[in-house]
Design a protein around this ligand. Structure first.
Ligand code: FAD
Length: 461
């Protein structure tokens, strides 16, 4: 008789945990999965999916306005926040049902409870008190938004968890942060007609992205009427008769109806009992793992945001799948974290794969840079103000395209396809011999012929 109740206990029913559980069960493993909130995890319940639905909602105002140039009379338009939230919630409920059904169909036992580790092979299910002995434990507990450092009145702010459930649309909103979540919600609320102030301690948005993209987004957001307050932080929040008064680090104040803090996320490892299995977390609370997602304790693995490698849904899913293939499928599999196509659903949208210019110069030395910025064809009649920006970075020695950066309508869709070419190791010559699709914006990706001349920094001394 086996000394274990299950082959695999998965803690966390999000992107990584659900995939791992289903695939492991498909290999014949007996699997139990604990979820303390809602099956589907951050992405489905309060991340990618509801956010993208709100992004869609926010873009209709432009469309209504731009239609006039094409002869349409749209008439009076009105946006109803309650309808959007209600319809979004219905869709999230539907998706959660599908996730549950798929797990059950695969034979996974779901327990709706918080679970904590008690030793290298034991999980305590808090709701039932059961102690489950597992051959393997997979920690897939994700991360949560933080409001660091704490400030007086900080409790008046909300995070991305609450923003999806606001009873009313804020007329004035202060969004704190310069990462993709802050930037995306700034675009959403501006599109829906709120007055948006985006406060970021850095001098540009989207740290880590190519500098040209950062500049282009800043310019586009200013043009859209988003008030960018850079190089400052939030010091204090106070409730007043007028709303919430926010005091910034330079002593200036502004009054708004909501403050959304999107300054960072931390892994959900507090109180998880990792130490009972001999696992220590790193300085941000993430679980260190090897290339197979195995922790220092051989029976315990971790995937997704809790490992803080690349905090994106497709990566959590891949890591979960690779774990199941490795441990239950007899196919040791490593997830490559090097070339990850990604999108920022700002308006205008951003799509990126590979290195920015500065990083490429540091890694490859000699590079060619191709850039173009243009008014999209639709704007000629619509009068739309957004421009399209594209940039290719090519390693001179091999002619390989090592970076593609796009800002403009549907950049997320474009980068998924460009990502295939770059992942295959396409050269600039491959891009050049690809016939353009005309008339599109994407054709510019294969018609840039002349590299920009980059001034070399003058020698010092
Ligand atoms: C606002 C927002 C927008 C995003 N947009 C995108 C996007 O556009 N594209 C993209 O790729 N990524 C996006 N992400 C990131 C994406 O959501 C995460 O990378 C992904 O969900 C990580 O999956 P995971 O399985 O690691 O964790 P999660 O999906 O967070 O799942 C972890 C689950 O574990 C549960 N849990 C935690 N502790 C316990 C416990 N002790 N017991 C039981 N259950 C527990 C949690 O309730 C949660 O359901 C976004 C994130 C946010 C916050």
């Amino acid at each position: 008789m086996t000394p274990f109740d299950v082959d695999l206990f998965v803690i966390g029913g999000g992107s990584g945990g659900v995939r791992a559980a289903r695939i492991a069960a498909g290999y014949g493993a007996k699997v139990m999965l604990a979820e303390e909130y809602r099956v589907g995890g951050t992405c489905v319940i309060r991340g990618c999916v509801p956010k993208k639905l709100m992004v869609y909602a926010s873009r209709f105002a432009d469309e209504f306005h731009e239609a006039e140039g094409f002869g349409w009379s749209v008439g009076e338009t009105r946006f109803d926040w309650a309808t959007l939230i209600r319809n979004k919630d219905r869709e999230i409920d539907r998706l959660e049902g599908i996730y549950r059904a798929n797990l059950e169909k695969a034979g996974v036992e779901i327990v709706d409870s918080r679970a904590v580790i008690e030793d290298a092979h034991t999980v305590h299910v808090l709701k039932t008190g059961a102690r489950i002995r597992a051959r393997y434990i997979l920690v897939a507990v994700g991360a949560h938004p933080t409001m660091d450092p704490p400030i007086p009145g900080g409790e008046l702010g909300i995070t991305s968890n609450e923003v999806f459930h606001l009873a009313t649309q804020p007329r004035r909103i202060l969004i704190v942060g310069g990462g993709y979540i802050a930037v995306e919600f700034a675009g959403v609320f501006a599109g829906l007609g709120s007055r948006v102030t985006l406060l970021h301690r850095g001098d540009k948005l989207l740290r880590g992205f190519d500098e040209d993209v950062r500049d282009a987004l800043g310019e586009a957001y200013r043009q859209r009427g988003i008030d960018l307050v850079l190089g400052r932080t939030l010091s204090r929040l106070e409730r007043t008769g007028e709303g919430i008064a926010a005091t910034l680090s330079d002593g200036s104040t502004l009054t708004v109806d909501q403050v959304l803090v999107a300054t960072g996320r931390r892994p959900n490892t507090k109180g998880l009992g990792l130490e009972t299995a001999g696992i220590a977390v790193d300085e941000v609370g993430a679980i260190p793992v090897d290339a197979y997602s195995q922790t220092i304790t051989p029976s315990v693995y971790a995937v997704g945001d809790v490992t803080n490698r690349a905090n994106l849904t497709p990566i959590a899913i891949r890591e979960g799948h690779a774990f199941a293939d490795t441990v239950f499928g007899g196919k040791p599999t490593i997830v490559d974290h090097d070339l990850i196509p990604t999108a920022v659903f700002s308006t205008p949208e951003i799509g990126v794969i590979g290195c920015g210019e500065a990083a490429a110069r540091a890694i490859y030395g000699d590079i060619d840079v191709y850039k173009t910025a243009f008014r999209p064809m639709k704007a000629t009649l619509s009068g739309g103000k957004d421009r399209v920006f594209m940039k290719l970075i090519v390693e001179k020695a091999t002619d390989k395209v090592v970076g593609v950066h796009i800002m403009g309508h549907d950049a997320g869709e474009m980068i998924q396809l460009a990502g295939i070419a770059v992942t295959m190791g396409a050269t600039k010559a491959d891009f050049d011999r690809t016939v353009a699709v005309h008339p599109t914006a994407a054709e510019e990706l294969v018609t840039m012929r002349t590299p920009v001349v980059v001034k070399k920094p003058e020698a010092v001394g």
